[in-house]
Design a protein. Structure first.
Length: 257
């Protein structure tokens, strides 16, 4: 009987220590962005059991990161609320107060094509279905102005309508989880996948980037639910629903350009 009591007390102590450590991580660890001062997305180490091919550096993996302790700032000035949901801030200047979640996904897509010199491929549709074609060539001012004009006339509605579905098992960097605003609510949400790793067991590890409302820095999302895999989100190929930070997505919400 004494042995059972002793084992029970030890088990409760272990649980209490684990819970206390998790609580400390949530309250003290999460406010610090980019805690290990990585310089780009591809420097964030893979979680246990997953591997990254070092010579496969996509545009998304090469996104630069602001240094340790950088804050997610609002375009209008000041710091965004809920800093703890940010793992690292992408080092990319904000363009306007209309650069919100869907706009961030369109921007990263446009920036990828712009960097590759694929100017004629930069096109998106507005909420009315009209195609907005970029025609400014290699001009930085031209692409910035194009994006500013695009923001506000395209949205989660147009993204969800015009992008093509992708199966979870085939997910790739540059894909987008997106849902339009539900009936009666003002906002949908969109986040971009910036890295994908496999473990050979039907699981994927994802790094996710987002913007939000009001407009703020693009940032890598923190997995606040699991300090052992954060900022990676681990999903199964057959998952039908996923919770990323405070946003719940269905498998059918995964799209690609």
């Amino acid at each position: 009987m004494k042995k059972i009591i002793k084992r029970t007390l030890i088990a409760l102590l272990v649980i209490a220590i684990a819970a206390g450590g998790y609580g400390l991580w949530i309250y003290y660890g999460t406010p610090t962005s980019n805690p290990d001062n990585y310089t780009r997305v591809g420097d964030i180490p893979a979680p246990s059991g997953f591997e990254r091919t070092e010579d496969d550096f996509t545009f998304e993996r090469n996104l630069p990161l602001k240094p340790k302790s950088a804050k997610v700032e609002l375009v209008a000035g000041g710091n965004a609320r809920m800093q703890s949901t940010c793992y690292a801030v992408v080092d990319m200047p904000m363009l306007s107060n209309a650069e919100q979640c869907a706009d961030v996904c369109m921007r990263l897509r446009a920036e990828k094509l712009f960097a590759a010199g694929q100017y004629s491929s930069i096109r998106f549709k507005d909420v009315n279905g009209n195609t907005l074609q970029y025609r400014g060539g290699a001009s930085r001012n031209a692409i910035n102005n194009y994006l500013r004009n695009l923001y506000g006339v395209a949205s989660t509605f147009s993204l969800a309508r015009d992008m093509k579905p992708r199966a979870i098992k085939d997910i790739r960097p540059g894909d987008v989880f997106v849902y339009p605003a539900p009936a009666g609510l003002p906002y949908g949400h969109a986040i971009m996948v910036v890295d994908v790793l496999n473990n050979g067991k039907g699981q994927k590890a994802l790094l996710l980037a987002e913007g939000n409302t009001p407009a703020r820095n693009i940032h890598i999302m923190r997995n606040t639910a699991n300090p052992f895999t954060s900022p990676w989100f681990i999903i199964d190929d057959d998952d039908t629903e996923m919770l990323f930070s405070v946003f719940r997505f269905k498998a059918s919400d995964l799209k690609h350009f």
